[in-house]
Design a protein around this ligand. Structure first.
Ligand SMILES: [Zn+2]
Length: 386
């Protein structure tokens, strides 16, 4: 999701990064805080005003990282690894490796962020009181941080997916009814409603109150939430459809083997055109006769070489080496396999069991399985896997 993000740190294996769109919100917030301090604290000099605003905004984004760390550390404690925390134009987001498996996990992961924000808000308000009389700029900035952290907690508790409140709402419906899908449907509906409310609020601010920037901002957040709610709903549907399918259930037989020195021309003619296989395992023959896999060559590898050079290019020159192959275990869930493929732009992955390659999966096969299951209506339908 955030490919051009800059890493700024790492906490317990979680990459903390800043996406370039974050600069926009950083600049907008700094300017608005400068304007706010100028209006309310006209006696401050320019230096104090700008320093207090920059310090305030940086501590605010530090608070957002702590909010996301709240979600992340609870997730990690519940065996859900977290890939990264990203600051971007609409705030922060923690990228979890997988969905919660129980309503309880979902509830605690979701509520942890707002709880951190409330805690920070109270802390900054106490600090503001303590600093009052010591340093007015520090006290006022601390007061603003207290207010804005509590505002972050309150806004995030709106019960629309993918906001934290939507996740809490989903977990509650799921926990009470035992129906995860219903929880998701309600939370996505809440997300759509929240998005529409933000659109309305933004248009009213821009046209009714003449606050153009604020209005555009709310419309933009509404638009972002609408997309995120729809995407989460869709992704949930297909994850549910693939819920009980493992990579091993669907894996095809291993593709044919080809020795490393075979020319692309020969492999394409004999393996692809005559053999009907779009990929081959590049295998060193060994004494046992089974061969040792050193890589995988596919038609897309061949296409990177000009046609006239196929005759003189051995497959080992263009193959993906074994060490670079994304091998999945036969027990990996299919939703996870599909995500791995999408994330790494792979068309096929080898499947292993007990240390040996036992089969392989291509994207078409996974997508066909998904389509059939979606047409059947729900993810719990049993029966043979296509
Ligand atoms: Zn959150």
């Amino acid at each position: 999701m955030f490919e051009s993000a800059l890493q700024i740190g790492r906490v317990r294996g979680i990459r903390i990064q800043v996406h370039y769109t974050w600069i926009v919100i950083f600049a907008l917030l700094s300017l608005s805080l400068v304007a706010n301090f100028r209006a309310t604290q006209p006696e401050w000099g320019a230096g104090a005003t700008y320093l207090a605003a920059i310090l305030g905004v940086l501590l605010f984004f530090g608070s957002i990282v702590l909010h996301e760390l709240g979600h992340s550390l609870v997730a990690v404690a519940r065996n859900i690894p977290v890939r990264s925390i990203t600051l971007f134009i609409f705030g922060g987001v923690a990228e979890l490796e997988k969905d919660s498996e129980t309503a309880r996990d979902e509830f605690w992961i979701a509520i942890a962020g707002p709880l951190v924000s409330i805690g920070l808000g109270v802390l900054f308000l106490v600090l503001a009181a303590l600093l009052s009389g010591v340093s007015e700029p520090l006290s006022v900035t601390s007061g603003w941080l207290g207010f804005i952290n509590i505002a972050v907690a309150v806004f995030n508790m709106v019960p629309g997916f993918p906001l934290d409140g939507g996740r809490v709402f989903r977990a509650l419906v799921w926990g009470i009814t035992g129906d995860a899908a219903r929880g998701m449907r309600y939370a996505v509906a809440g997300g759509r409603f929240t998005a529409l409310a933000l659109f309305g609020l933004g248009i009213w601010m821009a046209l009714g109150l003449g606050q153009l920037i604020g209005g555009i901002w709310f419309v933009a957040i509404g638009w972002f939430l609408m997309n995120a709610a729809e995407a989460s709903g869709r992704s949930y549907t297909w994850r549910a459809a693939l819920q009980d399918v493992r990579a091993g259930d669907l894996a095809r037989e291993l593709p044919p083997s080809v020795p490393p020195g075979t020319s692309l021309e020969t492999w394409v003619r004999e393996g692809v055109l005559a053999g009907g296989s779009r990929a081959a395992l590049v295998t060193l023959p060994d004494a046992g006769g089974a061969g040792r896999v050193v890589g995988l060559v596919s038609l897309s590898d061949a296409r990177k070489v000009p046609r006239e050079a196929w005759d003189t290019t051995p497959v080992e020159e263009v193959m993906t080496p074994r060490s670079a192959l994304h091998v999945v275990s036969a027990h990996t869930g299919l939703a996870e396999v599909l995500e791995l493929m999408a994330r790494n732009r792979l068309n096929q992955v080898p499947v292993e069991e007990g240390g040996a390659l036992t089969g392989w999966l291509d994207r078409d096969r996974v997508l066909t399985a998904l389509r059939i299951r979606l047409e059947l209506g729900d993810g719990k339908t049993g029966g043979p896997v296509p």
